[in-house]
Design a protein around this ligand. Structure first.
Ligand code: MG
Length: 271
């Protein structure tokens, strides 16, 4: 892969630019180098319970000066998807207050969080404010044949003690009750890189699939979304995936490096 011809770098976060609460030592210089070379980057996250403002605070704690525009989240991409496919429809939304605010600020209208007969589409995010009433509302609506959209397919979300059920697990409960599976928006679906490209083309019209690179540590989410979107993908072995696992996987990244520090060396070489 010709790394130096890449114009848009889409970074997964945990395992790629930091690990847990520790920033990798090369991350700040890598981000600065990409911008100094006139190129762009975004941070991609599947987590639809936290707002971009929460991530800005987390990055500041880690030592990265990020602004809200540096992120693309599954909530934002869900909003864009809803505007493209269901604009003007009445939406039942099971999600956190911050998820609903994120949809509204992107221009999504007709958001309801109580059952009504005239709902057209059922939408869910990673709802850390979930109640049994919401499960019942969604089940009742989906017993009718309504479109069902979910922000991210993750089964679990890491915490300081282990894991809690994420959006995909709640959708599993709904599936058990109604037989309905959602259309998932976040990684590994192609929507996140595709909408990221659309957004960043306004800044850099030369961005294409050929010069867009998804970088992540998980094959079945990060690399798969790059492959599904038809853009380049770089697997880094600084998080979840070992070299052995990568060799066995059917999903193949465009390239593999041990970590983003190697990417930095390549971008800085032959300058
Ligand atoms: Mg990761």
């Amino acid at each position: 892969m010709d790394y130096k011809s890449m114009r848009l770098f889409l970074f997964d976060m945990d395992g790629t630019i930091y690990l847990g609460y520790d920033l990798f030592p090369f991350t700040s210089e890598l981000l600065a180098t990409i911008r100094a070379q006139g190129h762009s980057y975004l941070f991609m996250t599947n987590n639809s319970s936290r707002s971009v403002a929460d991530y800005v605070i987390k990055m500041k704690k880690l030592g990265i000066d990020a602004v809200p525009e540096d992120f693309i989240t599954s909530s934002q991409v869900t909003a864009m998807y809803l505007l493209d496919h269901y604009d003007g429809k009445k939406l039942y939304v099971s999600g956190t207050e911050s998820f609903k605010r994120e949809l509204e600020s992107a221009g999504v209208k007709n958001i309801y969080d109580t059952y009504r007969e005239d709902i057209d589409v059922v939408v869910t995010g990673f709802d850390t404010e979930l109640t049994f009433r919401k499960l019942e509302d969604m089940s009742k609506l989906l017993t009718r044949d309504l479109p069902f959209i979910a922000a991210n397919p993750d089964l679990v979300c890491p915490t300081e003690f282990g894991y809690v059920p994420d959006c995909g697990s709640v959708c599993g409960m709904i599936y058990n009750a109604t037989g309905k599976k959602p259309y998932y928006i976040g990684k590994p679906r192609p929507e996140m890189p595709l909408y990221a490209m659309e957004r960043m083309k306004q800044k850099d019209p030369l961005i294409t699939k050929e010069n867009t690179l998804v970088i992540g540590d998980r094959i079945y989410t990060d690399i798969a979304c790059g492959v599904n979107a038809g853009v380049n993908s770089l697997l880094v072995l600084s998080g979840e995936t070992t070299a052995d696992k990568a060799a066995q996987s059917e999903t193949k990244p465009t390239a593999i490096l041990s970590d983003c520090g190697e990417l930095l060396k390549i971008l800085k070489s032959e300058e």
